[in-house]
Design a binder for this molecule. Structure first.
Ligand SMILES: NC(=O)c1ccc[n+]([C@@H]2O[C@H](COP(=O)([O-])OP(=O)(O)OC[C@H]3O[C@@H](n4cnc5c(N)ncnc54)[C@H](OP(=O)(O)O)[C@@H]3O)[C@@H](O)[C@H]2O)c1
Length: 326
């Protein structure tokens, strides 16, 4: 059986994504073969493609997908065969058929489509650990969410707001501001027209916010630190505008005594138990309608370069999903 697959042989812009056909791999011991119906696109994929995150070459990009288990290797639970599953954080997703360790897949609830699963597994489990484990969001806290209309941002705004936080969303346009408000952001700062620090001071009576979730990095990190209250927490979890400059420890000290963390999903769903708990918390809020996953923007897997251009060009809202069959 042949498959469609995307490879990167040299790092660079979206044009380095080569779409080709080869033989579908068979699962080894402990692995499943997954016939994928939907593949989640993540900003991480662009860091790996561009060389910002160094990768061994060549490689098949992508870390998230959903589909049906089409074969199993030795030692794998036979009831997985034919089941709909999804995964996040396992490189090699840009393919119509792939293999991966059985312990990294999660069976999907009946009411959840493959498309929505691929749109939310990585981004939703990220939102889960950001509001429930890295920091437990409490009612009455004020938090800032950068890129609030984006893939992670929409889920993060809804979940933090559900936990009782006042959410200040930061977005790049008025159209995105409306989306952030629909996702529970009580206040929205549109940059570059408005100043995040001035708005935070105005909204908090000069106090500053409890937590800033900053996925934009280089362009926003200084303002994020300045927006924090004394003993506030900066969560630097991405760099869609580029890698932030190194932080001086001295800049965090003194009267404000700030906390900074630089987390990755990998560290928060490392064990099978952590993965199952995170996925199950996510499925719970989505099936109860507490968190709504917006219909994702779809691209054919063959048009993967166009999908990367749209994501990096700030043209997307919510999640982007690559469809192998389209
Ligand atoms: N550490 C983790 O565990 C983890 C896990 C998942 C994702 N992430 C990070 O979370 C972030 C969001 O990922 P996503 O896939 O959901 O993407 P996304 O937020 O849907 O897209 C990125 C958004 O960043 C904003 N942005 C601001 N400046 C930008 C610039 N110069 N270039 C491009 N975008 C810019 C844009 O929104 P505006 O136009 O509204 O500014 C853009 O739409 C990424 O930084 C990703 O690396 C981290």
């Amino acid at each position: 059986m042949n498959r469609l697959v995307v490879r990167v042989r040299a790092v660079g812009g979206p044009d380095v994504l080569e779409v080709e056909e080869d033989a579908a791999p068979l699962p080894g011991p402990g692995e499943v073969q997954l016939t994928q119906t939907a593949i989640g696109l993540n900003f991480l994929d662009t860091y790996q493609r561009s060389g910002l995150y160094p990768m061994p070459l060549p490689f098949v990009p992508g870390s998230e997908g959903a589909g049906v288990v089409s074969a199993i290797g030795a030692g794998v639970d036979e009831t997985l065969l034919g089941r709909r599953v999804a995964y996040a954080g396992v490189l090699g997703a840009y393919a119509s058929v792939r293999t991966l360790p059985a312990e990294r897949v999660v069976p999907l609830p009946d009411g959840l489509s493959d498309l929505l699963a691929a749109a939310m597994m990585l981004k939703g489990m990220t939102a889960e650990y950001l509001v429930r484990r890295l920091h437990v969001v409490h009612p009455g806290e004020v938090v800032v969410v950068h890129a609030a209309a984006g893939g992670v941002g929409q889920l993060l705004c809804q979940w933090a707001s559900h936990l009782g936080a006042t959410v200040i969303g930061v977005v790049g346009s008025e159209a995105k501001a409306a989306i952030a408000r629909r996702c529970g952001a009580q206040h929205v700062v549109v940059t570059p027209g408005q100043s995040l620090v001035d708005e935070v001071k105005r909204l908090t009576g000069g106090r500053g916010v409890d937590v800033v979730y900053d996925s934009v990095g280089k362009a926003t990190l200084d303002a994020s630190l300045d927006a924090l209250k004394a003993r506030g927490l900066l969560v630097s979890f991405g760099q869609s505008s580029g890698m932030p400059a190194p932080l001086s420890l001295a800049a965090l000290g003194g009267a404000r005594s700030l906390f900074v963390t630089r987390p990755s999903l990998h560290a928060y769903v490392h064990t099978r138990a952590e993965l199952e708990a995170s996925a199950s918390a996510l499925f719970d809020v989505v099936t109860r309608g507490v968190v709504t996953v917006a219909e994702p923007t779809r691209f054919s897997l063959r048009d993967v370069a166009a999908a990367h251009r749209a994501l990096e060009g700030r043209q997307t809202t919510g999640s982007v999903v690559l469809v192998p069959s389209a």
